[in-house]
Design a binder for this molecule. Structure first.
Ligand SMILES: [Fe+2]
Ligand SMILES: [Fe+2]
Length: 303
């Protein structure tokens, strides 16, 4: 049993939302070429470059500590070990709606009166996609996109489940937030991992690089036999802000990645800017989603 202190060290965020709120604060507007999902909350005015760079000063101490842990401990070896541990998908079999209800049992210190549950975030994302007439597979992608956060229910620390992802095994992108925290990562002392391409061939494609580990890669692997490649890219790269938002890592991407990038960008506003206090009625929406799930997934899949 962890003491409250060690738990706070392991999981500094009051809730996973604290990280997401930070990302919205850091990127207050959709990219100019992305469709603008209506911004329900936190629609910040344009920021000057200097204000933009002040994100570090403005970040809550809990968020700062979260990034410190993430950047310190997400090594190439760690990300590989977690892939080996989880991607056998041999833990259990359950359906998509069942997984959403399971994720919703995640208890943290968020405020139930004002914060959204995990299921509510999924439904707000997918319902906005639906309201704007996006394809059915994309609505479903929105509904499943954060189911990988069930890793938290299996005891994984926050810094190994969420956070902006980055490439391990090569030099860190200066576009990552809080780049100074990489100095404590053992990989920063390994010359093999510190050239621009590191262990990778130039433009080898993102499928061949190993991103830091988290809920994105996990849900991508769970869904890889069931959704179209555009939806799978949205799952796999939705937290890969240094690529889809900061336009870095072009020395590692290939033509297939560049073709999928607009889809990843198209998805992002539905994830980031759809939070509202109007809570979706999950009971009323369930029949629609069960039918949609049934179009793409078998009754139970491997997790
Ligand atoms: Fe996510
Ligand atoms: Fe999300």
């Amino acid at each position: 049993m962890n003491s409250p202190l060690s738990d706070a060290v392991k999981n500094p965020l009051k809730s996973l939302d604290e990280w997401e709120d930070f990302v919205v604060q850091h990127y207050p507007e959709p990219m100019s070429d992305a469709p603008k999902a209506k911004v329900a909350v936190g629609h910040a005015p344009d920021k000057t470059e200097t204000e933009f760079r002040n994100y570090e000063a403005e970040a809550r101490p809990t968020v700062r500590e979260f990034y410190r842990l993430n950047h310190t401990f997400q090594t190439y070896a760690f990300a590989k070990a977690k892939r080996d541990e989880f991607l056998g998908l041999n833990r259990l079999k359950m359906g998509i709606w069942e997984a959403a209800e399971y994720l919703n049992t995640l208890v943290d210190d968020s405020d139930p009166d004002t914060d959204l549950s995990q299921l509510e975030h999924l439904l707000q994302t997918s319902e906005r996609l639906r309201a704007e007439g996006q394809p059915r597979w994309m609505i479903l992608t929105g509904f499943v996109h954060d189911l990988g956060k069930i890793l938290c229910l299996w005891g994984e620390p926050q810094w190994a489940v969420v956070g902006d992802t980055f490439v391990t095994g090569c030099a860190y992108s200066p576009k990552c937030v809080f780049p100074q925290f990489f100095q404590a990562n053992p990989d920063s002392q390994n010359p093999l991992y510190q050239s621009a391409n590191g262990i990778y061939e130039p433009n080898c494609g993102l499928d061949k690089v190993q991103l830091s580990w988290g809920h994105d890669e996990y849900i991508y692997q769970v869904c890889r036999d069931y959704l179209p490649k555009e939806g799978l890219a949205m799952l796999r790269y939705h937290s890969f802000y240094p690529w889809h938002r900061e336009e870095d890592y072009s020395h590692l991407t290939n033509a297939a990645d560049e073709a999928l990038l607009p889809w990843v960008r198209r998805f992002n506003p539905y994830d980031l800017y759809t939070k509202s206090h109007a809570k979706p009625d999950s009971k009323a929406l369930r029949p629609f989603y069960e039918a949609l799930i049934g179009e793409y997934f078998p009754g139970k899949i491997c997790w």
